[in-house]
Structures are given as structure tokens and as C-alpha cells.
Design a protein around this ligand. Structure first.
Ligand SMILES: [Fe+2]
Length: 217
């Protein structure tokens, strides 16, 4: 009886928790007119959901391959895990760091912006230029570099995640995959990028900076 219970407990403890699509912290039309409802629904329910689904599939295959010590299969799964895992991480941050409500950097964040870029406008210019300049699909990021204690702008292709690729903590990302803007902005990516800078959720970024600096309450 006890042995059977222990066996069941062991099986349950070995069941891997699957990744789930996070709820948006606002309604699908909350970011209008910058991002229309149709884009938000497609982006969240179709694109982000697909990254989540494919990450779960890849992780299941990885688990089997690791159990069998099948190194070739483990290696062959890495691109799918990078792409879909990155897609899930990036979009999860993306939704949280956008807001229809205006907010401001707190004193600590403002001070780091000054040290890193000169002022907020210069930071926005650098981030815009990075986003507009990405060839093909990718993300432009504002990140916190733990080595220097400063912010930096970086652009990455595809769904490469900022932390896993550069070691910087992601604070705010602009998704320049066409699925993020084409329905509304067509080929004028610059207009989309400019409008996105009005949706920065500084309240969330203030928290992310605290986390990255290890000074969360
Ligand atoms: Fe996206």
C-alpha cells in the first residue's frame, strides 16, 4: 500500500510542468490606437500560443532523449528550444512591459538612464534606431548589464532571448516581427516603433531593475 503510494508520488513528481500562455494584464483593445485589437488577439492567441506549444513538444522530446542519453537528438533539439523558448520568454516580457497608462522611471532608473545614455530622449532614439535597423525579424531591447551597472540597447535576430544570449536582464523589448505590426502599419516599421515608445510601462521596468540589482523588497 505504502509502496504503491510512493510509486505514484514518484511518478507525479517526475511529471514536467508544461508551459502555459500567460494572460494579458489588460484587455485586447487596451493598447489602441497604438496596437489594434486584431493584432493583439492574433499576436497573443496564435503566435505566442504557438511558441508555447512548440516549446512543450520540444521539451518532451528532450526529456526522452536525455533519459536515453541520446546526445545526437539532444543536440538536434537545441534550435527548437532556443527559438520557441525565446519566443515564449520574449513575449511574456513584452506584454508585461506595455501599458496604456502613462508612467515615469523612478529616481534610480532615471539616474541609470542618465549615466547610460545622457537622457531619456537619447535612450529612446538609440532604441528606435536599433529596432528600425533590424534586418528581417527580431527584437530591439533595453537591457541592464550587471557587469557595468548600466543600461544598454541591443538588437537580436529571430527569437534569441536577451539574457540567455548576452547576459543582460531584459527590461523592455520592441518586437519587430511583421506579425507585431503589419496589419496596422504595413511596411512603415518606423511609425510602429515610434508609437510603441508611448506604451512603455515604467512601473514594471522600475520593478525589473530592482530585481536585476537584487534590491527587491
Ligand atoms: Fe511577436
Amino acid at each position: 500500500m505504502f509502496a504503491a503510494r510512493r510509486a505514484v508520488t514518484k511518478v507525479l513528481s517526475n511529471v514536467r510542468a508544461k508551459h502555459c500562455l500567460p494572460d494579458l494584464p489588460y484587455s485586447y483593445d487596451a493598447l489602441e490606437p497604438v496596437i489594434c485589437r486584431d493584432i493583439m488577439i492574433l499576436h497573443h492567441q496564435k503566435h505566442h500560443q504557438t511558441y508555447v506549444n512548440n516549446l512543450n513538444i520540444a521539451e518532451e522530446k528532450l526529456e526522452c532523449a536525455l533519459e536515453k542519453k541520446d546526445v545526437s537528438t539532444v543536440i538536434s533539439l537545441m534550435p527548437a528550444i532556443r527559438f520557441n523558448g525565446g519566443g515564449h520568454i520574449n513575449h511574456s516580457i513584452f506584454w508585461e512591459t506595455l501599458s496604456p497608462n502613462s508612467s515615469q522611471p523612478n529616481a534610480r532608473v532615471e539616474s541609470i538612464i542618465k549615466q547610460s545614455f545622457g537622457n531619456l530622449d537619447m535612450m529612446k532614439q538609440e532604441l528606435s534606431a536599433a529596432a528600425i535597423g533590424i534586418q528581417g525579424s527580431g527584437w530591439a531591447w533595453l537591457g541592464f548589464c550587471p557587469k557595468t551597472g548600466k543600461f544598454r540597447v541591443a538588437s537580436l535576430p529571430n527569437q534569441d532571448p536577451l539574457l540567455g544570449t548576452t547576459g543582460m536582464a531584459p527590461l523592455f523589448g520592441i518586437d519587430v516581427w511583421e506579425h507585431a505590426y503589419y496589419l496596422q502599419y504595413k511596411n512603415v516599421r518606423a511609425d510602429y516603433v515610434k508609437a510603441m515608445l508611448d506604451l512603455i510601462n515604467w512601473g514594471k521596468i522600475n520593478e525589473l531593475v530592482d530585481d536585476a540589482m537584487g534590491c527587491s523588497k
